[in-house]
Design a binder for this molecule. Structure first.
Ligand code: PLP
Length: 360
């Protein structure tokens, strides 16, 4: 089966098999990692290795804390303004799709959130040039979503905010660890794990240390980065199993040679899929502007929209599942995260060409 789900999503087969082999008796302990104390030596080694491997993968310096949190990326929509803004401070939001829109709306409860760019009128098919953004001089941060999972638009570079006092903050849930990123450009990066790096249940935040410790007084302890940084993500019971799988994925990505190589593989996979769409004489249509098309989530429609259901059903019969577009936009969406093998995308494009020939 090739699983094109947007998340929770396919994980590397080698990781699943390793977890399966270790599940009953972790490292000779007679227990599974799910059954152990989060303060025991086995889990301590797991979470430390997860952090150090992630630091290696993304080149994260000691100026940043790496936090393993709960509540999904959705909880970060509140945690970010609560930690980075004093009551009444303002922050700028760029809305490129449904996820950044949710972040913007949640932030309005905890800071003065300014919408400085929205792609809504163009159905979220574009990413703005940073030079064109009118950033507010008093904004504490500029929030973007690195990759919009539903609409398939992705930032291809991340320049610093023009306002020197503002921090760049990114939701990278759906393109985390899919390519190298210069972390030093960011005040904060957060990502739910369940697309590229693990199962659902853990959210990773990479936070510049000097920003930690100024949360608004109303901030619940579970949303305060200082609480989690001071206790090395072990303030309360963490999602142990999810962190363990992330550790295996990070190890696997390092064994593959790191994120530069991973990005090349992702470009190759996305390349053959977009080419197939663009060379179909309008049979398949991807509405996203070419220069900002996502390497991770490829949404497309069929010119004959009444054939979409058949397309999805026939693909599923051939072992390509979860291709239905998000309920808010319809159509087809192929999510091709790191763990989707090239062979899966090759099979999909062969199917697309065959389907077109059979249903002209
Ligand atoms: N941000 C992006 C870009 C997402 O794709 C998602 C979920 O798909 C979220 C945020 C919300 O994540 P969670 O379900 O972990 O709260």
């Amino acid at each position: 089966i090739f699983n094109f789900a947007a998340g929770p999503a396919t994980l590397p087969e080698s990781v699943i098999l390793k977890a399966q082999a270790e599940l009953y008796n972790y490292h000779g302990s007679g227990m599974s990692i799910m059954e152990m104390s989060h303060r025991g030596k086995e889990f301590d080694a797991v979470i430390k290795k997860a952090e150090s491997d992630l630091r290696l993968l993304l080149g994260i310096s000691d100026d940043y804390a790496v936090l393993f949190l709960q509540g999904g990326a959705t909880t970060q929509f509140a945690a970010v303004p609560l930690n980075l803004c004093a009551p009444g401070d303002s922050a700028d939001f760029v809305v490129t799709g449904s996820w950044s829109d949710k972040a913007f709306k949640e932030a309005q409860k905890f800071c003065k959130a300014n919408l400085i760019w929205s792609g809504k009128s163009e159905k979220y098919t574009k990413i703005p040039a940073f030079d064109d953004l009118k950033q507010n001089p008093d904004a504490k941060f500029l929030h973007i979503c690195g990759n919009e999972t539903i609409h398939g638009v992705e930032f291809k570079n991340y320049p610093s905010p023009s306002n020197k006092n503002a921090l760049l903050v990114a939701d990278m849930s759906s393109n985390f660890c899919s390519k190298p990123v210069d972390v030093s450009k960011f005040g904060l990066i957060y990502a739910g794990a369940q697309k590229n790096v693990g199962p659902s249940g853990v959210t990773i935040a990479i936070v510049r240390k000097d920003l930690i410790g100024n949360a608004q007084p109303i901030t619940p302890v579970m949303l305060d980065y200082k609480i989690h940084a001071d206790s090395a993500s072990l303030y309360n019971t963490p999602p142990c199993f999810a962190i363990y799988i992330c550790a295996l994925v990070f190890e696997d990505l390092l064994e593959q040679g790191g994120l530069a190589g991973v990005e090349k593989k992702n470009q190759k996979k996305a390349g053959i899929l977009y080419d197939t769409i663009d060379e179909s004489n309008g049979y398949y249509v991807c509405p996203v502007e070419k220069s900002v098309r996502s390497l991770m989530n490829v949404p497309f429609t069929l010119k004959k929209s009444d054939l979409e259901k058949k397309f999805i059903e026939e693909a599923a019969k051939e072992g390509m599942v979860q291709l239905k577009g998000h309920r808010s936009v319809g159509g087809v969406r192929a999510s091709i995260y790191n763990a989707m093998p090239f062979a899966g995308v090759e099979k999909l494009v062969a199917f697309m060409k065959d389907f077109q020939a059979r249903h002209p």
